[in-house]
Ligand binder design. Structure first.
Ligand SMILES: Cc1ncc(COP(=O)(O)O)c(C=O)c1O
Length: 398
């Protein structure tokens, strides 16, 4: 800095180094300075690459998007996916990029609760009609598609009962009828399923969950097969302010480095815990797609190579009182309505994610008062088995 710039706010120094950091630096800068107006022109006109304003792009966003594109197999000629400020921002960006008044959407009837609220409460306000259908029954689901249907949205594995969607007929019908197929791949992750390989036009993630993996960031990702739609997603995200913070992107990049190891360990734990729970007095039923007694096990074999993921559902014998005793006894396992953390967490859908449904609607989905959802982490499996056995026993000691 020269003598003329002796001001603490004149931030001029950029350290030079012939060597470089092995970890991505965090770039929190909101704005980027240019040498002159011609240089700015060159950037805006695409003749030079660079950032201008963080809502429109920043280095940590680019680095993370690139990693997610690679993991998800996002077609490179689409220009890549968009990282968003949350999973819901990704869902919202997809809707805003695609839908207009008069359009119709067919969506799975067991989607994440907020996605269902977006579909049921917000979409009708802009004149978009929504039909919810059961994606485990491919023929019935496809029958809900109409002439005005513009978008189909499914989650491959549903929350919380872990039903597996009948993806092949759904993808075939969307393709044949020219309807866009969006797949929320949050539960399955790129470790189990690659929607673009199975006919999806849009892929959505809550990066907050297993991809981020440490319950310390909130992000989403949405990508399109076609370049024009990918460009729309970017424009919508930037214009509606759905874009991500540098620090969250940096954390997510760091988390992704261990994603495969975390996922594989958590999945192996989940499979072992599911079998363990099934043998406990006090457990009425276990829902795990990797088990042969799961209603969609054959489909899990066909679509997911028989892998069941890291989520396990089970029904305690009894109801709310037994659940409360179980949760209190499992004192070292957080009772917290999220999933995909490195440590095991528990949730009770009837009082959290699915509380807005009537008891009858919940019962129709198999979500009873005794139903507990487990997001299995990477702890030593012996510890998990002991903790669950003790808590199930405590649930019966009322
Ligand atoms: C399947 C699925 N999609 C989307 C979301 C929304 O993600 P976020 O909480 O990051 O907004 C969630 C959140 O739990 C989810 O489970």
């Amino acid at each position: 800095m020269t003598e003329d710039h002796r001001s603490i706010v004149r931030r001029g120094r950029r350290p030079q180094s012939a060597s470089w950091p092995v970890v991505s630096p965090i770039s929190p800068s909101v704005v980027y300075a240019s040498p002159d107006a011609d240089a700015l022109d060159a950037q805006y006109e695409g003749r030079a690459e660079g950032y201008t304003y963080a809502r429109e792009g920043h280095p940590n966003w680019t680095i993370l998007a690139d990693k997610l594109d690679w993991m998800e197999g996002t077609p490179t000629d689409s220009g890549g996916g968009v990282v968003t400020a949350s999973g819901m921002a990704a869902v919202g960006a997809a809707f805003q990029a695609v839908l207009k008044t008069g359009d119709h959407v067919v969506a799975g009837n067991q989607l994440y609760g907020r996605t269902l609220r977006l579909l049921k409460d917000e979409m009708p306000r802009i004149g978009v009609e929504v039909t919810l259908a059961d994606p485990t029954d491919g023929a019935a689901f496809v029958a809900a598609i109409r002439l005005e249907t513009r978008l189909v949205l499914v989650e491959v594995v549903s929350n919380p009962t872990l039903r597996v969607a009948d993806m092949a007929p759904i993808a075939a019908a969307c393709n044949e009828k020219g309807v866009l197929l969006a797949v929320d791949n949050t539960f399955t992750t790129p470790r189990l399923y690659h929607p673009f390989e199975h006919g999806a036009d849009l892929v959505i993630h809550s990066v907050t969950k297993m991809l981020g993996g440490h319950s310390d960031l909130t992000l989403g990702y949405v990508a399109a097969r076609e370049r024009e739609l990918a460009r729309r997603l970017y424009e919508v995200a930037v214009t509606w302010g759905l874009t991500p913070s540098p620090f969250d992107c940096w954390l997510a990049e760091r988390g992704l480095n261990s994603f495969e190891v975390r996922f594989d360990r958590a999945q192996a734990n989940a499979a072992a815990l599911a079998d363990h729970l099934a043998g406990l007095e006090g457990v009425e039923a276990v829902l795990y797609p990797g088990r042969t007694d799961h209603p969609d096990h054959d489909r899990a074999v066909a679509l997911l190579g028989g892998q069941g993921g890291n989520m396990v559902g089970f029904r305690l014998k009894g109801g709310r009182a037994e659940v409360n005793r179980f949760v209190r006894a499992a004192e070292h396992i957080p009772f917290a309505p999220t999933l995909g953390d490195i440590a095991t967490t528990l949730s009770h859908p009837a009082s959290s994610s699915h509380r807005a449904l009537s008891p009858e609607d919940r019962a129709a989905l198999g979500i009873t008062e005794g139903f507990i959802r487990v997001s299995v982490g990477i702890e030593e499996i012996g510890l998990l088995k002991d903790e669950f056995a003790a808590a199930v026993a405590a649930s019966r000691a009322g």
